[in-house]
Design a protein around this ligand. Structure first.
Ligand code: NAG
Ligand code: NAG
Ligand code: NAG
Ligand code: NAG
Ligand code: NAG
Length: 562
């Protein structure tokens, strides 16, 4: 023990580590102080209350799974992924990723693990590899209709993953990697297991807002990894908003130079960045659905596009401020036609999110030209008819571009005439009634209301059990109505989130939404989910994701270290 590491306590010399046992006391230059009672964490003193993680339990929980205590061990030197029947680049790349994830964790850990790993010559059988039996050719792009089902068998005859789609193969590989865990001897082992699995909902998304703060490309890629670890399949990229326009348009290059945070080249996404993000998602079976919100939330568009936004008036004159896009000018729609033609060519997913939320009518009301237009059109003073007029013309444009579209619930609430195939995104309070009326009108829908993970003020908002319990089909309606619920999305709005905290705020909490949307409806027991969530968080930490502790005091086999 080095002398610098000793402390004098009540006249006795203690090695420094001993001092940590004097709970409630701090020693500073020989002065002993008592912590005020109310600063103590009562739980730690009154009971141990540590939740231990499970060993080799997958998250989200598969639909059907049987497992017995018999184990096989895996050797990093000999274990191999292989396929029978079809393969493609997506499968080959996944083999490489999962080989690393199973045996290395992060590169830094790999060295430590090889030093400490002593493969015991026990009676345990070795698992030589996993064979992927994909009986259909790979599809190119994931979509709303993708089939993600698979089955997985691990027993003393070997391990086989069977599926009809590459997307099912990816989900099954993730499950397989999660079945592997490290036993007390430092060996990678897997329990004999049989799984048949498919998602309860086909739309399982994460929203990230890059308009309020810029999030760098490496973090967006890391988030796609975290999504794959939790079987999410849609990255809803809320790319621009009032505050900034980080999308680099090919057709309108001044939109980001004038609309992004300064300097614009450091706060915007190039076409190459976007292609990389889309490809990274595709390799993991994740769709990228871009949102370009209008006619509101579009202040940053107006910085480059003259006459796109409505001039607001006060005292009979334009006051220099602007409102939502100007719905009375044909030039607005000419612009939108060119702009969305580009967007549809850049983002290959069938769906574009068109926003449509929180359109303020005040500016439109102040503008005398709009008033005249309202009279000409016979809208009276019902400004939702004007909003409707805008949205309908935008949807016509999207139809000629053959794109599918998603809009926020405001569009439906304002009684805008939308096509029956419009997907309605529910985000406000009172969501059970809203899901009832949206589906009663025959629309497909996705839910976000209970899953705003950016809310941090109220401790209720950070309690994982509340996110876990919310169910998108828990509303009154017929089975037909419930079938119109395609899934949901956890949201990370960007007012108070940037690269310093976006990953921690999202993970592992978003994983609770992942399990709700993937696993069977009756998987709701928080007592059994807690230890599984602990393991899932530690698994993500070991894979390099800064997933924060959410279940309470505890530990991981490998603690996070930068
Ligand atoms: C795997 O088997 C071990 C040993 O029998 C057991 O402790 C563990 O809980 C099992 N894991 C799962 C996920 O069933
Ligand atoms: C577990 O299942 C495998 C095959 O499915 C069998 O060989 C093994 O004996 C079983 N182990 C136990 C403890 O039942
Ligand atoms: C997905 O594929 C599996 C296996 O081929 C099939 O049994 C299942 O019905 C398919 N699911 C859907 C929703 O098409
Ligand atoms: C604007 O477009 C509409 C619909 O295409 C057309 O009827 C109208 O005449 C146009 N208005 C002007 C001022 O060009
Ligand atoms: C469904 O919602 C009701 C009303 O909010 C709530 O009381 C109930 O616990 C929920 N049930 C489930 C299974 O989530």
């Amino acid at each position: 023990m080095a002398s610098g590491c000793n402390r004098v306590f009540l006249g006795i010399l203690f090695p420094c580590f001993m001092v940590y046992y004097t709970h409630g006391l701090t020693i500073d230059d020989g002065v002993i102080r008592q912590f005020p009672e109310d600063l103590r964490h009562e739980n730690i003193h009154l009971s141990r209350s540590v939740v231990d993680g499970t060993s080799g339990s997958p998250w989200p929980l598969p639909q059907q799974m049987t497992s017995n205590g018999s184990q096989l061990y895996l050797s990093s030197f000999t274990f191999e992924f292989s396929y029978s029947m079809y393969s493609c680049d997506i499968l080959q790349n996944a083999f490489q990723r999962y080989q690393k994830l199973i045996f290395d964790g992060r590169a830094e850990y790999a060295k430590l693990r090889f030093q400490s790993t002593k493969i015991k010559e026990s009676g345990t059988l070795q698992l030589g590899g996993l064979v992927v039996k994909l009986d259909q050719p790979c599809e190119d792009l994931p979509g709303l209709e993708s089939n993600e089902s698979y089955s997985l068998d691990v027993n003393n005859n070997g391990a086989v993953l069977s599926t009809s789609s590459i997307w099912g193969a990816l989900r099954g590989l993730e499950t397989f990697s999660q079945l592997v865990y490290e036993n007390e001897d430092g060996q990678q082992v897997i329990n004999m297991t049989s799984i048949t699995d498919w998602p309860r909902f086909q739309y399982r998304g994460i929203l990230i807002d890059t308009g309020r703060h810029f999030i760098t490309v490496p973090l967006l890629l890391q988030n796609l990894d975290a999504m794959a670890y939790n079987k999410f399949n849609v990255f809803h990229w809320h790319i621009v908003d009032d505050q900034s326009f980080p999308y680099q348009s090919r057709v309108f290059p001044d939109m980001h130079t004038k609309g992004a945070f300064k300097p614009a080249y450091r706060h915007s996404y190039t076409q190459e960045d976007i292609a990389l993000i889309i490809e990274y998602g595709r390799q993991r079976g994740i769709r990228v659905v871009a949102e370009f919100d209008s006619p509101g939330h579009s202040q940053s568009w107006g910085l480059s596009q003259k006459d796109l936004l409505t001039p607001c008036y006060s005292g009979g004159k334009p006051d220099g401020t602007f409102g939502p896009m100007n719905p009375m000018l044909n030039s607005t729609y000419d612009f939108l036609k060119k702009f969305f033609a580009e967007i549809v060519s850049v983002f290959p997913d069938h769906y574009i999110h068109l926003g449509g939320d929180e359109v303020s009518f005040n500016c439109w009301k102040s503008n005398p030209d709009i008033t005249t237009f309202m009279q000409q059109m016979g809208f009276g003073d019902d400004y939702s008819k004007l909003e409707s007029y805008y949205i309908e013309r935008l949807l016509e444009i999207m139809q000629t571009l053959k794109a599918g579209y998603i809009v926020w619930q405001d569009v439906f609430d304002n009684k805008v005439q939308v096509e029956p195939d419009t997907l309605i995104h529910v985000w406000k309070g009172g969501y059970q009634d809203e899901l009832g009326s949206v589906t009663k009108a025959g629309h497909q829908t996705i839910l976000s209301s209970p899953w705003y993970l950016n809310y941090v003020k109220d401790p209720y908002d950070r309690d994982w059990k509340n996110y876990y319990k919310a169910d998108p089909q828990n509303f009154s309606g017929t089975q037909q109505q419930k079938d119109l619920v395609l899934g949901g999305e956890a949201c990370m709005w960007g007012e108070y989130a940037d690269g310093t905290n976006v990953i921690q705020r999202l993970w592992p909490l978003a994983g609770t939404v992942g399990e709700r949307l993937w696993s069977a409806a009756d998987v709701t027991d928080v007592k059994t989910a807690g230890p599984r969530l602990v393991e899932q968080r530690c698994r993500m930490v070991r894979r390099g994701i800064q997933a924060e502790p959410v279940v309470g005091p505890g530990y991981c086999l490998y603690e996070y270290s930068p």
